[in-house]
Design a protein around this ligand. Structure first.
Ligand SMILES: Cc1cc2nc3c(=O)[nH]c(=O)nc-3n(C[C@H](O)[C@H](O)[C@H](O)COP(=O)(O)OP(=O)(O)OC[C@H]3O[C@@H](n4cnc5c(N)ncnc54)[C@H](O)[C@@H]3O)c2cc1C
Length: 368
């Protein structure tokens, strides 16, 4: 990733967009958006720029085959036409959100020319849980949740961030990020137990101390009221019930074992992830064309000369926060760089059936 990001980093990207009339800003000082907050602004600016440069954009033609002769790319074939070209960039995306156009064609196209494809998994998506109590806790966003996997071989997998309970599971930034680690494990083990710290990192001792202080301060309050000083009310209720405690009961009426169980649940709440909605809801695909077969300095295939890859089709993905889009733009810029100098001053993209003519395989952008 380093070469692509060095060649075309986030500043270069925002400068590029400023140069074609797209103003951007970072409301939280970190994530960059077009000031219009509309992907149409990006799409129409790119379309206008392409028109200005004389690039022809051909839509509604699905590339079905990459043409190669003696390990050199010679063009692409669609259902109705063949386009000859000395260079082809494959920017076909992953398998996620097929409704937006990407269906994993790049993997088939590349593997037919000898490229290896890693295992593919859906990522950046909500997860479903076995526990049904989650549906009662949908109202709140819980900040700074710590998640870890309760599997002997995956103890080191942890994540932090905001979490939201859903009708049948969990979502929110931390879940979207962590899903890339969980989906392969679900495939392997069928289900995955996650442990959630919903109390901003407090450990059992700190929770126990906190509750003791609350009880001392207000000995006649119901147990759920004490727990609600740590968590939203709906979750406090559910955790009391899970610990076998009547939430309406006062502290001194509850057995020591139940209180200990509650403290344990507050420190690490178990949730069993059993599934997800597959690629239909995956914003990102984990896996792709093997990186060892791509030159990171140019994005050119090491197997087929003149064949380039960029974006999500390769085995690279990042967390939430714009990293995937930045990678797609950076790697696309690097892959396309080779064309700029030699082709300067002539028509960059030329739809032609004549062998040897320049052809840029330009793909429509999905929502930013
Ligand atoms: C709902 C959603 C929200 C997202 N939000 C973010 C975000 O906030 N930040 C972030 O960084 N990333 C986000 N992503 C991920 C990001 O959009 C992708 O990583 C990025 O768009 C990938 O770019 P790409 O050019 O590689 O592929 P894509 O943008 O997927 O484009 C691939 C294009 O190739 C075309 N195509 C595929 N096969 C063929 C073929 N055989 N012939 C011709 N054309 C073909 C498709 O029609 C499509 O237009 C989001 C994704 C989704 C689905």
């Amino acid at each position: 990733m380093r070469d692509a990001l060095t060649a075309f980093d986030h500043k270069a990207l925002t400068n590029f967009f400023a140069g074609i009339g797209v103003e951007t800003h970072a409301p939280d000082g970190y994530r960059i958006f077009p000031t219009s907050h509309s992907s149409s602004t990006i799409i129409s600016a790119l379309e206008t720029e392409m028109q200005k440069l004389g690039i022809e954009l051909i839509c509604s033609q699905r590339v079905e085959e990459l043409l190669m002769q003696d390990s050199q790319i010679t063009g692409v074939k669609t259902a109705s036409e063949t386009f000859y070209a000395p260079n082809v960039i494959v920017a076909t995306g992953g398998l996620g959100y097929p409704v937006l156009g990407a269906e994993g064609d790049g993997y088939t196209l590349a593997s037919k020319l000898g490229h290896k494809i890693t295992e593919i998994h859906p990522a950046m998506m909500p997860l479903k849980t076995k526990e049904t109590w989650v549906k009662n806790c949908r109202a709140d966003t819980i900040a700074k949740v710590e998640l870890r996997v309760d599997l002997p071989k995956a103890k080191k997998l942890r994540a932090n961030g905001d979490l939201i309970f859903t009708n049948n599971g969990i979502r929110g930034p931390v879940v979207l990020d962590f899903a890339r680690e969980i989906t392969p494990l679900i495939e392997k083990y069928g289900e995955v137990v996650l442990l959630l710290n919903l109390t901003k990192g407090l450990n059992e001792e700190q929770i126990s101390q906190h509750l003791k202080e609350k009880v001392l301060h207000n000995p006649h309050a119901k147990m759920v009221e004490h727990v609600s000083t740590l968590l939203p009310h709906a979750i406090s209720l559910e955790l009391c019930l899970l610990a076998g405690i009547n939430p309406e009961e006062m502290h001194n009426k509850i057995s020591g074992a139940s209180r200990a169980k509650l403290v344990q649940l507050l420190a690490w709440t178990p949730l069993t992830v059993t599934g997800h909605d597959g690629f239909k809801m995956a914003m990102i695909t984990r896996g792709g064309i093997h990186l060892k077969e791509i030159n990171p300095k140019t994005m050119q295939s090491k197997i087929v000369s003149g064949l380039y890859f960029c974006g999500e089709v390769v085995n690279l993905d990042g967390p939430c926060g714009g990293y995937n889009l930045q990678w797609s733009f950076s790697s696309g810029a690097l892959a396309g760089k080779l064309y700029r100098v030699p082709l300067l001053g002539i028509k960059i993209a030329n739809r032609s059936k004549t062998e040897g003519s320049a052809f840029t395989y330009t793909l429509n952008l999905r929502s930013v």
